[in-house]
Design a protein around this ligand. Structure first.
Ligand code: AMP
Ligand code: MN
Ligand code: MN
Length: 351
């Protein structure tokens, strides 16, 4: 089956915007979300499993704003808090809150719209009315009832930008802590502004306000990109040495074995720097990393440049994400998963 990865209406819309010089608009929060928040004194704010800076920054900033409106808020995450930049926040989250903290509560899920991505807390969340704030390409692989209201904008470079717009729509000014958390999330998801273009002036305007009101930008940069261990660099070396090139160098692939996983632990993964190094190679259009998580299960992380929509490939196998950054998990060992990925990409690169 040939997979059409390059042109769909969203991509065309983005290309048209680029060609015509149009600004990329970000949606405003819908009125039913404002009413959902106004109608309830107690909220559970949940995010996706294995949270990143955008998820954590959004959850914490929204909690702060809702508390300023007099709401009670509990933060939920299935964890684990494995990325170095989010580890210090783990103590502010629970997996399942105590019953007395959830009476008549409503849920807001952040940075994922498929409830399966919340991991082990999904069944607990299913008991409550649920809103979603997300910026991933909308897919719902789970059987759970659709959430309402939804505030989803695939054009937003981070969830924190949507939370920023929500805080404004709630007629609040950013506090220093909120501005810092929002900038932290925004810059983790766009590679410290590497992935933005001149069409994103709305985002730069918001970032300016966050920088002026929040902690020093350099401190936030160091909290994301500093603090790595020597082992994380040695692991990076192993992964780089295993790189394989396919389709005349348009697709590069590497992998992390179960032995690496046991020896270095997940906390020594630094996929951001790995992706950055691989995508800077001349002619590369896609880079993917296969990570064996147990004997018969792997996670695959995709990155692409320009027109190739890797979220579409991931969604064929039950995963998802964004046009240029996506992921999936799949049964099988590294060689099986590699074969599946090469088959999926062959129709794109051999045309
Ligand atoms: P990663 O490569 O893990 O940084 O993930 C890149 C993007 O893909 C993120 O936006 C994730 O939310 C998304 N993603 C990663 N793994 C999955 C998955 N198993 N299912 C759906 N989306 C995923
Ligand atoms: Mn995320
Ligand atoms: Mn995000």
């Amino acid at each position: 089956m040939a997979i059409q990865l390059i042109s769909n209406s969203d991509d065309l819309m983005q290309m048209n915007n680029q060609e015509t010089g149009l600004e990329i608009e970000i949606k405003n929060p819908p009125q039913d979300l404002i009413q959902f928040i106004g109608s309830c004194p107690r909220f559970i704010i949940a995010g996706h499993k294995e949270p990143d800076g955008d998820c954590i920054g959004s959850q914490l900033a929204l909690r702060s704003a809702l508390e300023r409106l007099g709401k009670e808020v509990v933060l939920c995450s299935a964890g684990p808090f494995k990325r170095t930049e989010v580890q210090s926040y783990a103590g502010q989250f629970v997996t399942i809150p105590k019953d007395e903290n959830t009476v008549d509560a409503k849920v807001i899920i952040i940075d994922c719209s498929d409830k399966e991505r919340t991991g082990s807390i999904k069944e607990f969340l299913d008991k409550f009315p649920c809103a979603v704030i997300d910026h991933h390409i909308a897919v719902n692989h789970s059987e759970s009832t659709p959430q309402q209201p939804v505030y989803i904008d695939e054009n937003s470079p981070s969830c924190t930008l949507l939370v920023y717009k929500l805080i404004k729509a709630l007629n609040l000014e950013l506090t220093k802590e909120e501005a810092t958390l929002l900038f932290f999330g925004l810059s983790t998801d766009n590679g410290f502004f590497r992935h933005l273009t001149e069409k994103n002036s709305v985002v730069f305007d918001a970032a300016k306000e966050m920088v002026l009101r929040g902690e020093k930008k350099k401190k936030i940069y160091n909290s994301i990109y500093g603090g790595k261990s020597l082992d994380s660099r040695i692991l990076l070396g192993h992964i780089l040495l295993r790189t394989e090139s396919y389709f005349d160098g348009k697709l590069l692939l590497s992998y992390e074995t179960l032995e690496d996983f046991k020896k270095y632990g997940i906390e020594n993964r630094d996929s951001d720097i790995l992706n950055q190094l691989m995508l800077s190679i001349k002619g590369v259009q896609v880079f993917l990393t296969i990570r064996q998580e147990c004997e018969d299960n792997c996670a695959v992380s995709f990155r692409s440049v320009d027109a190739i929509n890797v979220a579409k490939v991931a969604s064929i196998f039950g995963g998802g994400g964004h046009k240029n950054a996506s992921g999936l998990t799949m049964k099988g060992d590294i060689s099986f998963v590699k074969q599946k990925m090469l088959e999926a990409f062959s129709s794109v690169f051999t045309d």
